[in-house]
Write a protein that binds this ligand. Structure first.
Ligand code: ADP
Ligand code: ASP
Ligand code: MG
Length: 403
């Protein structure tokens, strides 16, 4: 059997952990052919980004990729050496050696094609193949990276093109939990989740999987297993369908501390104004999350919306440029916001989920600023300082702390 295994940064944080990974990989290589994807050691990527910002506020994205892609090369080489110590044949390969071809959108490149020839040759020679996660290469041989958490994407993409029998994502928790177990201690491990639920949880802040990786897994039907690199316990299987899904109303609670809110006050109440505001944001490459429009007296309206905290400054300066085109009163912003969400395919046909959520927040005296819903989630924007308390309250209101 061919298996793709991915080890995240926390699983290779130091030489001892790398040796531990090597022992695990060596053991499973006795029965399987293995392609192993690794992330950079611990906080390496964060530290490299910090280093760049000590040189300049606006580093060139191309040079940024030259810089942050090195972390994965370090761990790939070290893991290969550790496997040699275990008496195994292993070889590390970079994205360029594998031919993980991407577009040239630096720091968030998209995979276009993956060569399988070199990997297959090395497997045929009896090697365990270690591939740098997160990295790609353009047609012009420029190095790219796949967005934060992108080693997950490398693993899913490789599992798909190599038609692997299994794809295992090893991390520092035992699987996907009903809430981040570091924040909600009573969170329980979920046995199985659908791609759609995992996608929704990831995009709403469950940082255990990169959202784009889950999107790809859904698109190509790559079932994957999220589990711990430190224990043998089985983790969470993410797949197309889950049999007992009707039993679960809500499968998880997610948190996203990264929300900033902007209110544009005193816009004129006529067709085309909202279009101008949001076109301006789109032209600046800013993703808008929730939107609320309210009337502000005669022929005036206010529009409030949320953006990622990192985009706040860019959004505000974009809106200032609109003053020459449309009438704007004041612009107010608040970056101390967060989003809490309840997610579950089971809520699709069930009334009362919203009522339960809002009451649970009210019982804790937590004010809801904005609300958005889809078939399988309800999200509320609240004050950042109340985020953890809100998550705990929702977790117990929906009975997720019970077996
Ligand atoms: P890796 O280095 O292995 O890629 P990450 O830090 O990216 O690991 O992801 C694992 C972390 O995700 C956990 O330590 C946990 O705090 C966090 N996390 C957030 N939400 C969840 C959740 N619902 N279930 C499990 N882990 C979660
Ligand atoms: N090292 C990269 C990051 O920190 C990729 C990953 O960990 O998946 O974002
Ligand atoms: Mg990760």
């Amino acid at each position: 059997m061919l298996i793709v295994q991915k080890f995240g940064g926390s699983s290779v944080v130091c030489p001892e952990r790398i040796k531990n990974v090597a022992k695990r990989v060596a053991k499973s290589s006795e029965e399987n052919q293995l392609v192993v994807v690794v992330s950079a050691l611990g906080d390496t990527t964060d530290n490299l980004i910090e280093l760049a910002h000590q040189i300049t506020d606006l580093p060139s994205p191309r040079e940024m990729d030259m810089l942050i892609s090195v972390g994965e090369q370090i761990s790939a080489a070290l893991l290969s050496m550790a496997l040699h110590q275990e008496g195994k044949k292993a070889i590390s390969l970079s994205a360029s050696q594998v031919q993980i071809l991407t577009d040239s959108v630096h720091t968030k490149a998209r995979i276009q094609e993956i060569g399988t020839k070199r990997i297959e040759e090395e497997l045929a020679k009896g090697n365990i193949v270690i591939v740098t996660g997160f990295q790609g290469i353009t047609e012009d041989k420029d190095i790219t990276t796949l967005g934060r958490g992108g080693s997950d994407l490398t693993a899913i993409a490789l599992a798909s093109v190599l038609k692997a029998s299994n794809c295992e994502i090893y991390t520092d928790v035992e699987g996907v939990f009903t809430a981040d177990p570091r924040v909600v201690p009573s969170a329980k491990k979920i046995e199985r989740l659908t791609f759609d639920e995992m996608l929704e949880m990831a995009s709403l802040g469950a940082g255990v999987m990169q959202t784009r990786a889950v999107e790809l897994a859904k698109k190509y039907g790559v079932t994957f297993h999220v589990r711990s690199s430190l224990t043998e316990t089985s983790g969470t299987i993410i797949c197309e369908e889950v049999n007992n899904m009707e039993k679960l109303l809500v499968s998880g609670i997610t948190m996203d501390p990264n929300e900033a809110k902007i209110t544009v006050v005193g816009l004129s109440d006529q067709p085309g104004i909202a279009g101008k505001v949001f076109s301006c944001l789109a032209e600046n490459g800013i993703n808008v999350d929730m939107i609320i429009q309210s009337s502000a007296g005669e022929k005036r309206k206010n529009i409030s919306f949320t953006v990622a905290k990192d985009d706040l400054r860019k959004a505000l300066s974009g809106i200032e440029t609109l003053r020459s085109q449309i009438e704007i009163g004041s612009v107010v912003s608040d970056e101390n916001m967060a989003k809490v969400s309840v997610v579950g395919v089971g809520m699709m046909s069930q009334p009362g989920v919203a009522a339960k959520m809002f009451s649970a927040l009210a019982d804790k005296g937590i004010n809801i600023d904005m609300i958005s819903t889809s078939e399988i989630k309800i999200s509320c924007v609240i004050e950042r300082a109340k985020m953890e308390e809100a998550a705990e309250a929702l977790h117990s209101a929906f009975g997720l702390d019970k077996e």
